[in-house]
Write a new protein. Sequence first.
Length: 442
Amino acid sequence: MEEAAVKQVWRMLDENESRFHDALYADIRKPKVETQSYEIIGIKNEIIHTLEHLDEWAKPSAVDVFEEFKVNQPRVYKQPKGAVLIIGTWNYPLDLTLDLLISAISAGNTAVIKASENTPVTGKLLAELIPRYLDSESYRVVNGDKDQATELLKYHWAHILYTGGAKVARIVMAAASKHLTPVTLELGGKTPTIVTEKANIAIAAKRIAWVKVWNLGQTCMSTDYVLVHESVREQFVTELIKYIKTFAENSGVDGMSRLINNMHFHRISDMLAATKGKVAFGGHQDEAKLFVEPTIILDPALDDSTLESEIFGPLLPLITYKTLPEARDLITRIDPTPLGLYVMTEDNEQAEYFFTHIRSGGAAINDPMAQLAVPSVPFGGFGESGMGSYRGKAGFETFSHLKSAVTTFTDPASEQANEWRYALGDREEKFQLLKNLEIPLS
Ligand code: NAD
């Protein structure tokens, strides 16, 4: 049953591809190639992986225990949690609802999706299509703003998965606590990208320029700011300007996503106006088109407007560092638990240094956001960037209750082995028996 429903999501995407392209263009002017890749194909890959592995995930799994306890056949059953609530956001309005829906369905749950009010055309399309492809007794879409979300949060859900900012996450968690409902929080933060002196500078610059143009930098795990080694700074900035310029010229203002609404336009515009860093490239704004050009800002101080909070837009502050410990210290001061962490280097040991010292949600070498492109790699934050994860097996388990079970026996020998615990006979003798059963430390 779950497999059939998951396949229906695939069909819904496949049979309505151009309607999804149009909806995302209407909502955020997302170019077709962006919708097709990081939304539609990403979800389809997740579906294929889920269908390939669902039987294996769903069956009871054995638990590795001491030899002495193997007789009890310890195992873990995966049970649906029940009715789950998925609160989505607007920057990837398909991926951040349907990917989660697949995990919820595959684990056997019913689900309500609360789509973001900031992408109303996509939300309306989902509300129209989901009942056509899935059983509407089990899966529903609710469109609306925080009032609808607040109403939904009054109910007793079996699990709530929220994607969005940390401020609302606290409201979600407080509401969930009334019913002791478990939550998964997918948030953001200030994701660093370190460009070391051992990086392929041209490729590093090209890929960092890409994430600031892609969805106009409105990706939770995209590069928020760059730390560049002093010895390669000049070369890196030159390459970065070259690529941002080329990408922007090739796309044109209308070929790039726009900022999602006026509030976010002014947030970005104010951040730019307040920076004390030097604008090395960009800065052009068009309020009518909700557009701010990808903009490079050199040498902002740590209390600069661009380093105080998550940018979630096309600005790119750039800080110079001399040593790896200095870069690590700067990251820890800016945001100790970012959602992503990227190290541009040809020396994996340099990357390992940051991977082991910074507690980010995810990480990648030489490509910002690469961990999302590889299907079914668990995705989630830590600390202020979130809690819990989904995609692939992690998503299945997020929406499953993992129930441990063991088997015991009533034959005379088994009962004899239990005699020490009953308050019968000589207690001291039983204590000694128990001591003899202790497994020594090897
Ligand atoms: P948003 O405004 O769309 O809000 C997210 C959801 O919360 C919406 O469905 C909205 O209706 C609901 N909401 C708003 N106020 C609420 C309230 N008071 N009570 C209950 N629900 C409420 O999204 P946003 O906050 O602008 O999202 C941007 C943030 O999301 C950024 O920080 C970004 O990094 C983060 N994000 C994280 C991920 C991830 O997967 N980790 C993905 C995308 C975005």
